[in-house]
Design a protein around this ligand. Structure first.
Ligand code: ATP
Ligand code: MG
Length: 760
């Protein structure tokens, strides 16, 4: 078994000790995930059936990577391992068992938007002050109740919970939770937290089901165990109870989800739960240079609450950690983008070896702008998911209704989209009638003449007939044909086709992209049921990263520190190291929160393999105003002997003086630094053919020019709009706006720094 040679003695012991409870609590980069990967491979090599292994990871991406790595050792069998996030694995199990807890197997999964929209409806109906009972706050309260396995009725009955939870300020939370739970149930819907909450209900109330899964999952493994919440902890504990073959790995120093109910106690309690526990320590970090590991250790030492660990690296000492100061967020973006271009040339590494990590999503804008100016290809992870875009959600709402017409949030979304004269008043009437008669909105719609007057019942009837026709067609057609039928007959395609704005076209292309994805799914040979119903099943659980077709593309990765968990990159930039940003303003009032923020910084640092750069800015636009910023306390916590300080000369442009000169300097620098420009990979391009008009196919090697190169009258090519001529230029660099005449499209106004325009 030569694969075992890739492990040190402790890792190997943890891999080979397959029977009984095992815990590994170890520092970042010490091979915890590697141990799980090899352990699964080892189990299968030893003859354990892949179907009997369950591996729970934190992201879908992590499980995909792990499966790929395992299949390198054991081949095709890797396909049969149960592996995924808690949500995706238990959604799958609930589909099979739903009827036992009174749900249809085609239950809808409400995403956060659906949940909040339902909460808003309930608040309106109860005529509550939406400032006191803000939808976000209510949502978080319900979520945290569910993650602590407190049901709505328990919540209502338990005065103490109510008082503690609401601080007596929101006495009606219990009632809202109860109404919310009933409405979800009636709509045949579960929200994200329900996927775990209902799994708990299922396993608790149905010993036969529990028994079945205890015997199915003879071996359980959980990565990133420090970030499990009580609901997840309980599921794992129940499933492992019969065989006790459970292996969890985690790092208390990387626990960063307390705000979502994750509980470090789960690690600390593990010994109490399993007295026969074998604990393994991993101390060698294989990921990073000595400098990076030592900086990370010195930072985390400032936290009082942590398990004692001694992490070291036997890798090279490495460069010192670079700290760069900028004078504005735009300048910060510029210095990061320039450093990437330079490092790539000097060190001969690829774009995909770089990551830019930030505390909040809003910080990506300045980074993106700077990268675009230098034509550096990048990809944002964990941003707004493709499946969260309005047009995609609209079409998917029709799909949802096709398979579960009780789905009230889907009804609300599309009953009047495209417009068909069924506005808010009608919706209100339907909702009231449904409530009064204790039936679903769908039942009201199907028998509209009993509940609503005037012409509306006819229109509602048309809507019902349309949805029923979708359901009928879905039985005859394959997934792609059904989807296309629905897109056409719902009127969505026509609606988007007539919208000629840039956004409209891009929405149309997104629909096209969704249909292409469904076509690919319909043609897959590795699954038996390729119906649209199956495609639809857990779409609410997908994230942007899962739809990533160009995963091997050579692009710089941009993401929040939270989404960087478990990942590694040769060269990492952590940006925005300022007080009130990182640590975040909200964390500054309590030690517990500040320590979580410090752990987050520890996670960020430990993503870097070779080189780490930390940047901060002395001013930043926040909520629309320019504010001055102080460097983060975390920078001061680093022993200066590990640091290389660098200050960027102030660029007057950030404060408006002399902006043209300084911009010109930037552009000259850029032209010297720029490698051969590449197209950004953030654009989604259609892959397979479809019924929709063809998008312009850019010339091979399409490379946009820099803003200062364009002149009036030039012939140009746009990545999407095709060939055209510049008829006007206005504004000063870099904010030059061009009017371009495109054949067949007429004049379009484009901001050159964003437009993908090439001189031909
Ligand atoms: P994190 O806490 O960030 O999730 P981790 O403990 O899960 O980190 P891994 O991602 O498993 O660490 O490993 C970090 C890196 O070190 C990986 O690139 C891995 O392949 C490598 N590595 C781990 N153990 C060994 C080993 N024994 N020999 C060589 N490389 C190793
Ligand atoms: Mg890991």
């Amino acid at each position: 078994m030569d694969y075992l040679a890739g492990l040190n003695p402790q890792q190997r012991a943890a891999v080979e000790n397959t029977q009984g409870p095992v815990m590994i609590v170890a520092g970042a980069g010490s091979g915890k995930t590697r141990v799980i990967t090899y352990r699964v491979a080892h189990l299968i090599e030893k003859g354990v059936d892949a179907f009997n292994i369950l591996v729970l990871t934190f992201t879908n991406k992590a499980s995909k990577d792990m499966r790929e790595r395992i299949s390198k050792v054991i081949g095709n069998e890797a396909k049969n391992i149960w592996m995924g996030t808690f949500h995706s694995v238990f959604a799958k199990i609930l589909r099979v068992e739903a009827e036992k807890i009174g749900y249809p197997s085609n239950f809808t999964i409400y995403d956060t938007d659906d949940s909040k929209s339902l909460i808003r409806t309930i608040l309106r109906e109860m005529q509550l002050d939406d400032k006191l009972y803000a939808a976000n706050v209510v949502y978080n309260r319900i979520s945290s109740a569910k993650n602590n396995l407190v049901s709505a009725s328990e919540y209502l009955e338990n005065d103490q919970i109510q008082a503690e939870d609401a601080g007596n300020k929101r006495p009606l939370l219990g009632l809202i939770y109860d109404t919310y739970a009933k409405r979800c149930y009636k709509a045949g819907a579960m929200d994200f937290d329900d996927l775990l909450f209902k799994t708990n209900v299922l396993l608790k109330n149905h010993p036969d089901v529990l028994n079945k899964y205890q015997h199915k999952f003879k071996y359980l493994m959980v990565d990133e165990y420090q970030d499990t919440n009580f609901s997840q902890y309980t599921i794992v504990k129940k499933l492992a109870a019969a065989n006790q073959n459970i292996c969890v790995v985690g790092d208390d120093a990387q626990s960063i989800y307390a705000f979502r109910g994750a509980n470090i106690q789960n690690i600390l309690n593990f010994e109490r739960d399993y007295p026969d526990l074998k604990v393994y320590k991993l101390e060698q970090n294989y990921r990073s240079t000595q400098n990076i590991v030592e900086v990370a250790n010195s930072i985390i030492a400032n936290n009082k609450n942590q398990l004692e660990k001694n992490v070291f690296s036997a890798n090279e000492k490495g460069d010192r950690i670079k700290v760069s100061r900028a004078f504005s967020d735009n300048e910060e973006g510029k210095l990061v983008a320039e450093a990437i271009v330079q490092d790539r040339l000097n060190a001969g590494i690829s774009y995909k070896d770089f990551a830019i990590l930030y505390r909040t999503n809003a910080q990506s804008r300045a980074m993106e702008e700077a990268l675009r100016k230098l034509n550096v290809p990048y990809k944002i992870y964990g941003g707004l998911s493709f499946y969260q875009r309005k047009e995609i959600k609209d079409l998917i709402a029709y799909f949802r209704l096709t398979f579960n017409p009780a789905d009230e949030e889907a009804i609300k979304r599309v009953i009047n989209y495209p417009r068909r004269g069924l506005g808010d008043t009608t919706l209100e009437k339907i909702s009231v009638a449904a409530d009064k008669n204790d039936i679903t909105m769908w039942q009201v719609i199907c028998n509209a003449h009993q509940y609503v007057d005037g012409r509306i019942p006819n229109q509602l009837n048309d809507f019902a007939v349309m949805i029923q026709s979708f359901a009928a067609e879905s039985k005859k057609l394959d997934a792609y044909e059904t989807a296309l039928y629905i897109a056409q007959h719902s009127g969505i395609l026509k609606e988007l086709h007539t919208d000629d704005s840039v956004e409209g076209r891009s929405r149309y292309e997104n629909i096209q992209e969704l249909l292409n994805g469904i076509k690919e799914f319909a043609e897959r040979e590795d699954i038996e049921d390729r119906s649209l119903a199956i495609f639809m099943q857990d779409i609410a659980l997908l994230t942007n990263d899962d739809k990533d077709k160009d995963k091997d593309a050579d692009t710089v990765s941009l993401m929040t520190v939270h989404s960087a968990k478990g990942l590694e990159f040769k060269n990492v930039f952590i940006v925005g190291l300022e007080e009130n940003l990182f640590p975040s303003q909200m964390s500054l009032t309590s030690r517990v929160d500040l320590e979580e923020e410090r752990r987050l910084f520890y996670v960020a640092i430990t993503r870097a393999e070779k080189k780490l750069t930390i940047t901060y800015s002395t001013s930043r636009y926040r909520w629309g105003t320019l504010t001055s910023c102080e460097p983060s306390r975390f920078i001061n916590e680093i022993n200066p002997s590990y640091l290389e300080l660098e200050v960027v000369k102030p660029a007057k442009s950030s404060f408006g003086e002399n902006s043209f000169d300084s911009e010109r300097k930037t552009w000259t620098q850029q032209r010297e630094l720029s490698p051969k420009p590449t197209t950004s990979t953030t654009t989604i391009r259609p892959k397979t053919t479809s019924i929709l008009p063809k998008a312009h196919v850019p010339t091979a090697g399409f490379a946009p020019n820099a803003v200062n190169e364009f002149q009036n009258g030039m012939d140009v090519e746009h990545e999407k709009f095709g060939f055209g001529k510049i008829v006007n230029l206005e504004g000063t660099l870099p904010d030059v706006k061009a009017t371009v005449f495109f054949q067949g499209l007429g004049n379009k106004q484009l901001l050159l720094k964003f437009a993908k325009l090439r001189i031909v």
